[in-house]
Design a protein around this ligand. Structure first.
Ligand code: ATP
Ligand code: MG
Length: 647
């Protein structure tokens, strides 16, 4: 299929019977006319214990930076996710849990989720955890992870979820950065048929920390673990039975912190992104409904881990605030085999499915048959997040997973933005594969050149936001200056996203990758995403990562790392084919100077390619690779260095 053919098919698909169309169009108009009025109305979807009288007080001026939404209102996030649904909908399913082992699952009602959350909240309170204290959550993907988050929210403690795949060192650095007083964990996690020693990792981490007074351990596998007297407590066998299933919620100011979450560290040391209560809840609930066209009764599945922002906003807070049924999956896409996602879709009749390009590319590599043998007829809408989705993967998602019928929402956002900012509204936006399309209602993106001049019309440059939205981060925890320096100094008066972007003649946004990753070849600036997409369009290529490296003549040359599909072989001929393909797709200027076939790419735990490491290797600088603590498989780096030396 050519891109034009895909465009036509999907444009038609977008016009199928989704019902948000009219509402979304009306929201865009309303928000454009009066954004404050718009958000004030949207915020009414929440339950406030004290109504706000002021909607917004924001300055992006670095010398007077402040961001406040609904500042005199009071509410509690857990009340909004649980209590208010109990009267009429307490018996409806809040969470479907699908275990790592395909024979295990659970349906949890809103009432059960409420009671479990209250119990945990009471336990935290009884053990001296107070409003404003930080609590680290280091859990597998089990419902207790959601209860733990909501329990913190209930008593006003600030959670920081640390992905269960992180090492003891990575956990310790996060605990120490925010002086967490408690850790909620499990004895072990289970993923892909293997166990992960979470409690033992916590014990190791705490050798390097002194702030933690309580370690609450949920029994997931029942494995024997060490328990330290006075500090450690089992949840089911020790603590849970002594605490009441009702806990009065702490009224929180809209601007009180809800959580801290460390970014994934693709570009540097992770930042402790702080989100507050009123704006974040308004934004997560609203965007979850309009972007996913969520309707009562839908089964909604976001495959992220709660350790990432996507898990916070689109597994827990947004869906539960909307009284959705949210599916929580403990396992991995390739266990027991690469049909797992689609088997889960069929088993639970999932209507809305939201995943990441990295997962799609991995599954694409395994062949279509594993998808095609499943039914998937319950699906109505597909979503993507985390990286630019190259048109090839987009087309596969659409054609194979969606049987050529389902719209795809490619959602652009960041940990910092709290929720989706640029995305199609299903039914209201014509789609273009590889483009996140248009800003959501009230969102004000702009494109600036290196000097900060606004670019108009079709153009390429740096993506900034000229005004605030309720879900915006408020600070870097413990380092407000870093917040100002990172986001508001590059282009005064604007929030700088760090991402490069192209806007086409229809006003559609195409994220081209991070600005740090832009390559300058003989004076031509090029986003890495485009070159990668051209490479991935070849049937033998599974994934590609492109970086610049010093080149005598061109200033920067293009260095392409390529992984191949199952069964494909690296050869000089394939190398030549690939180079020719990029040349014909984009132009001679984009032709890779060096092509490096590798079995794997270095990725963060959330599956993003770490280009800064690839850049160092391409530059032949092997000694100082920077922070590698968030790498999924550190071994990949050595193999890449070997491969580089042999060139
Ligand atoms: P760090 O900021 O620590 O380097 P990170 O940027 O990877 O880590 P996240 O907040 O998880 O941490 O990722 C946000 C980034 O992911 C965006 O800035 C963008 O580069 C990329 N991204 C997310 N969704 C999309 C999308 N739909 N299209 C293109 N890029 C996306
Ligand atoms: Mg980032």
């Amino acid at each position: 299929m050519t891109h034009e053919e895909i465009y036509k098919v999907t444009t038609d698909a977008a016009k199928n019977t989704l019902t948000t169309t009219e509402q979304a169009a009306a929201d865009r108009a309303r928000a454009a006319e009066n954004p404050e009025q718009f958000w004030s109305e949207v915020a009414q979807r929440l339950t406030w214990s004290k109504p706000f009288s002021k909607v917004k007080d924001v300055s992006f001026d670095a010398s007077d930076l402040h961001i406040k939404w609904f500042e005199d209102g009071e509410l509690n996030a857990s009340v909004n996710c649980l209590d208010r649904h109990l009267d009429n909908h307490g018996d409806e399913t809040a969470i479907i849990w699908e275990g790592d082992d395909p024979s295990t699952d659970k349906h949890i009602t809103y009432r059960q989720a409420y009671e479990e959350t209250c119990r945990m909240a009471n336990l935290l309170k009884a053990r001296g955890v107070n409003k404003g204290d930080r609590v680290a959550i280091y859990m597998p993907m089990i419902p207790e992870a959601a209860y733990a988050m909501l329990a913190c929210a209930r008593i006003g403690a600030v959670h920081t979820v640390v992905f269960g795949g992180f090492s003891p060192d990575a956990l310790a650095s996060r605990i120490n950065d925010c002086y967490a007083v408690a850790v909620i964990t499990a004895d072990e996690g289970v993923r892909g048929g293997r166990t992960i020693p979470l409690k033992a990792n916590v014990d190791k981490a705490l050798e390097q920390s002194s702030s933690v007074r309580l370690v609450l351990t949920v029994e997931r596998t029942g494995a024997k673990v060490d328990m330290k007297g006075g500090r450690d407590l089992f949840w089911y066998s020790e603590a849970r039975n002594d605490v009441s299933p009702d806990c009065p919620p702490e009224p929180m100011n809209a601007e009180d912190p809800l959580f801290i979450l460390y970014t994934s560290g693709s570009t540097g040391t992770p930042k402790g992104v702080l989100h507050t209560t009123g704006g974040y809840m308004t934004f997560s609930a609203y965007t979850h409904e309009v972007v996913f066209d969520y309707r009562p009764g839908d089964i909604y599945w976001c495959t992220a881990d709660v350790g990432w922002i996507t898990g916070h906003t689109y597994i827990v807070y947004g869906p539960l605030a909307n009284r959705a049924t949210t599916l929580m999956f403990e396992g991995v896409p390739t266990y027991p085999d690469a049909s797992r996602f689609w088997n889960v879709v069929d088993k639970h009749k999932v209507n809305i499915f939201y995943t990441a390009p990295t997962a799609l590319r991995a599954l694409m590599r395994e062949g279509d048959e594993l998808v095609e043998k499943t039914d998937r007829s319950s699906l109505r809408l597909l979503g993507s997040v985390g990286e630019p989705i190259n048109p090839e993967a987009w087309a596969w998602y659409h054609r194979v997973v969606g049987n050529g019928k389902l719209p795809i929402v490619d959602t652009w956002w960041q940990t910092e933005t709290g929720g989706i900012l640029i995305s199609p509204l299903p039914g209201a936006t014509d789609l273009k594969p590889g483009s996140a399309t248009l800003p959501l209602p009230s969102i004000q993106p702009a494109i600036v050149d290196a000097e900060g001049n606004f670019l108009e019309g079709a153009c390429t440059g740096n993506l900034v936001l000229t005004d605030s939205w309720p879900g915006q981060m408020r600070t870097v925890y413990g380092d407000h200056q870093r917040f100002i320096d990172t986001y508001f100094k590059t282009y005064p008066g604007m929030y700088f996203t760090g991402d490069g972007v192209r806007r086409d003649e229809d006003g559609y946004y195409w994220i081209t990758g991070r600005v740090d990753d832009v390559i300058n070849v003989s004076g031509h600036r090029m986003g890495t995403a485009e070159v990668e997409s051209a490479l991935v369009a070849h049937p033998s290529v599974a994934e590609a990562a492109v970086v610049g490296y010093p080149h005598d003549v061109k200033g920067q040359g293009i260095y392409a790392y390529v992984t191949l599909m199952e069964g494909a072989e690296a050869s000089d001929e394939l190398e030549k084919d690939l180079v020719d393909m990029v040349r014909s797709e984009i132009g001679p200027i984009a032709k890779p100077d060096l092509l490096h076939f590798t079995p794997a790419l270095p990725k963060t735990r959330s599956g993003k390619i770490m280009r800064r490491i690839l850049r160092k290797i391409a530059e032949n600088k092997f000694s100082n690779l920077g922070d590698t603590s968030t790498l999924a498989e550190p071994g990949v780096v050595d193999a890449l260095i070997e491969g580089r030396k042999n060139r």
